[in-house]
Write a protein that binds this ligand. Structure first.
Ligand code: ADP
Ligand code: MG
Length: 347
């Protein structure tokens, strides 16, 4: 168990105290509140603000789920962490920045989004905020900003815009954000301006991966990009919660070996590997087909693992962390990957 994981386990089972009503500031744009209601309070630290109209504001934690590889469990992890946090009584917003709209479909809001013409692409194109485009899902405690195919146009049109790293902030930065305990942002594997703007505004990120060849290079490519293109200038306090192995077959020796190597690599190169790995389960696919998080369909090994993961992560979620987080040693990590893949392949 690496150092970060032991810290996690010390906190396991404790609740997240969100009683203090704060959120990340910048500009306060809120179409539903009169301008000027939000004021900065001089005796609070500079990145706290108090809104007299809502003395019960929560500290919102924003988590990006990303990996430079597709088909590694990003969407399944986003939906099931959202489901687990919602069952723990947390109010969750899922933002689907993937033009494939898988998270939107998985939460059964695609039709609603199309009927009401409300989506992330619409928000960016028309300069709308969260309160104007969010949709209620059928799961208690989960709202959604829908992803759709129009995000391709947005991505391409905004690619050369100088302020395209502010796209997600432009949508989320309004008073309505403080209604949520947790925002989970599902992403497409391409490194594009939507992903960068999500990482720019987020407090945390998680990298899901399968226990198979190619997964670790996807992880390392993602970490390299986060380090050089986001943390260095745009968001130095972006905190890596860890990578999580999904679709894991406990009895498969290759998977076991992969997981052990990954834990070892995490310890040697300074990145956290979250436990438990999420087991393979047919119920994950059934839940996708039924358009609900796994734990809302039935109890399964995967739903239990996601619930455990959520309870381990929850005490770690405290909005924006102060200071610069320790970076994984990316340079040494890249060279270690080749050896890792060779060794993993021997099984
Ligand atoms: N724990 C799991 N058990 C069974 N199937 C899984 C599990 N995790 C992911 N999958 C399957 O893997 C595929 C890819 O997952 P997905 O979350 O869509 O990946 P990504 O969003 O990274 O492209 C999906 O078909 C999903 O059903
Ligand atoms: Mg996906």
């Amino acid at each position: 168990m690496n150092a970060e994981l032991s810290v996690f386990s010390q906190f396991e089972g404790q609740g997240n105290d969100n009683a203090l009503s704060t959120r990340d500031p910048i500009l306060s744009r809120n179409s539903s509140s009169p301008v000027g209601l939000t004021t900065r309070c001089q005796f609070l630290p500079s990145d706290f603000e108090l809104n007299p109209s809502s003395m019960c504001m929560k500290k919102t934690s924003i988590i990006v789920i990303g990996n430079s590889k597709g088909g590694v469990g990003k969407t399944v992890t986003a939906i099931n962490l959202a489901g687990a946090f919602a069952l723990m009584g947390k109010k969750v917003l899922v933002v689907d920045t993937d033009f494939q709209g898988s998270a939107t479909e998985h939460l059964k809001v695609l039709e609603q989004a199309q009927e009401q013409n409300l989506s992330l692409s619409k928000a960016i194109t028309n300069d709308l905020t969260l309160d104007q485009v969010r949709l209620s899902s059928q799961i208690d405690g989960i709202d959604v900003i829908a992803g759709d195919i129009e995000l391709i146009t947005v991505r391409d049109r905004m690619a050369a815009e100088p302020h395209n790293h502010l796209l997600i902030e432009g949508v989320l930065d309004c008073n309505a954000l403080s209604e949520y305990d947790i925002v989970i942002i599902d992403t497409h594997p391409d490194w594009n301006c939507l992903l960068v703007s999500a990482l720019k505004y987020a407090h945390y990120f998680i990298v899901p991966l399968f226990a198979e060849k190619g997964s670790v290079s996807g992880l390392v490519t993602f970490l390299e990009s986060v380090q050089s293109k986001v943390r260095r200038r745009l968001n130095p306090s972006l905190h890596f919660l860890g990578c999580v192995v999904t679709n894991y077959l406990k009895k498969n020796r290759t998977h076991q070996h992969f997981f052990q190597l990954l834990l070892q690599m995490g310890e040697e190169h300074g990145f956290p590997v979250l436990t438990p790995p999420i087991p393979y389960s047919d119920r994950v696919k059934s839940a996708e087909a039924s358009q609900v998080p796994t734990m809302h369909l039935s109890t399964s090994v995967a739903s239990k693992a996601y619930k455990t993961l959520a309870s381990i992560l929850l005490p770690e979620l405290k909005g924006r962390r102060q200071g610069r987080p320790d970076a994984a040693n990316i340079e040494t990590l890249r060279s270690a990957v080749n050896g890792f893949e060779l060794e993993a392949n021997e099984f």
